[in-house]
Design a protein around this ligand. Structure first.
Ligand SMILES: NC(=O)c1ccc[n+]([C@@H]2O[C@H](COP(=O)([O-])OP(=O)(O)OC[C@H]3O[C@@H](n4cnc5c(N)ncnc54)[C@H](O)[C@@H]3O)[C@@H](O)[C@H]2O)c1
Length: 258
């Protein structure tokens, strides 16, 4: 497949693209000219994203994946290659949030969080990496981490541990795969206007005013703020950037005052 200038159309696989930051990232990458593989555990949500992308003239296909299943991650990349012959970008955005006091967290909840956020990110990176190694031109991976990779939040032991793990995973894969022209970076959002954040506010875990007061720029991140970071890291403008975490956080991590 080629674009209007007869260049091959680049392909981006985005997990968790059924809604939220993943969907916004898919939308920005489609605007950047990528064909999108919209991967999510909820097929109807993936289809909805595909419909919206196609409505705007982009090319996209839905793929159902549970990223905690390594075979499903391999199958997702294989499906991308069957459809489009290549994988240029992987964005690992699938995620869950389940805050609870550490004294009460059952082992199955701990394991599910690590299985999706950390193991799933690795399985997808490995599957995509194996394809990118076969391509002369390599590829680009962006892992969505969080400010919680750096800053401890109470009642989120598994979430913070997983995100900190993905931060280090990003660096290890970046240095290991640089010789294959595969760049691996992370985007770390602060609280973002998504379903995940709305649910946490509705559950009374925090209130909007307290959060926005803690963020020097005084607001939640928009999904576009985060997707802009993804788009930049996938672009030629970031051609010598690898092993980095870009915190799109309105100054959250820099802030150490009262
Ligand atoms: N929302 C925030 O404030 C915030 C802040 C920092 C980091 N993040 C991270 O950004 C990512 C996206 O967050 P969001 O707010 O857009 O979440 P969201 O809940 O709005 O969307 C997450 C998507 O992932 C999918 N998903 C869940 N489990 C999956 C699995 N096992 N396999 C495949 N898909 C699965 C869901 O179906 C959903 O479509 C997550 O990794 C999250 O931890 C979010």
């Amino acid at each position: 497949m080629t674009d209007q200038t007869n260049q091959p159309t680049k392909v981006a696989v985005v997990t968790g693209a059924g809604q939220g930051i993943g969907k916004a990232s898919a939308s920005h990458l489609a605007a950047d000219g990528y064909t999108i593989v919209v991967a999510d555990i909820r097929p109807e949500a993936a289809q909805q994203t595909v419909d919206e992308l196609e409505h705007r003239g982009a090319q996209a296909v839905p793929v159902r994946v549970d990223v905690s299943d390594p075979a499903a991650c391999t199958a997702m990349i294989a499906e991308a290659v069957v459809h489009f012959g290549r994988v240029d970008v992987l964005v690992n955005c699938a995620g869950i949030s389940k805050p609870a006091p550490s004294l009460d967290v059952p082992p199955e909840d701990w394991q599910r969080m690590i299985a999706i956020q950390l193991n799933g990110t690795f399985y997808c990176c490995q599957a995509a990496g194996r394809q990118m190694v076969k391509q002369d031109w390599g590829g680009c991976i962006v892992n969505i981490t969080s400010v919680t990779a750096q800053a401890a939040f109470p009642e989120r032991a598994s979430y913070c541990s997983a995100k900190a793990g993905v931060d280090m995973l990003t660096k290890v894969l970046a240095i290991e795969w640089a010789k294959y022209k595969i760049r691996v970076n992370a985007v770390g959002p602060s609280h973002t206007e998504t379903e995940m954040t709305r649910t946490n506010i509705a559950r009374g875990l925090y209130d909007l005013e307290t959060v926005t007061h803690r963020i020097p720029m005084g607001r939640l991140a928009s999904m576009d703020d985060i997707a802009n970071g993804v788009s930049f890291l996938c672009s030629e403008k970031a051609s010598f950037v690898t092993g980095q975490a870009l915190y799109v956080d309105g100054g959250y991590l820099a802030y150490g005052y009262f």
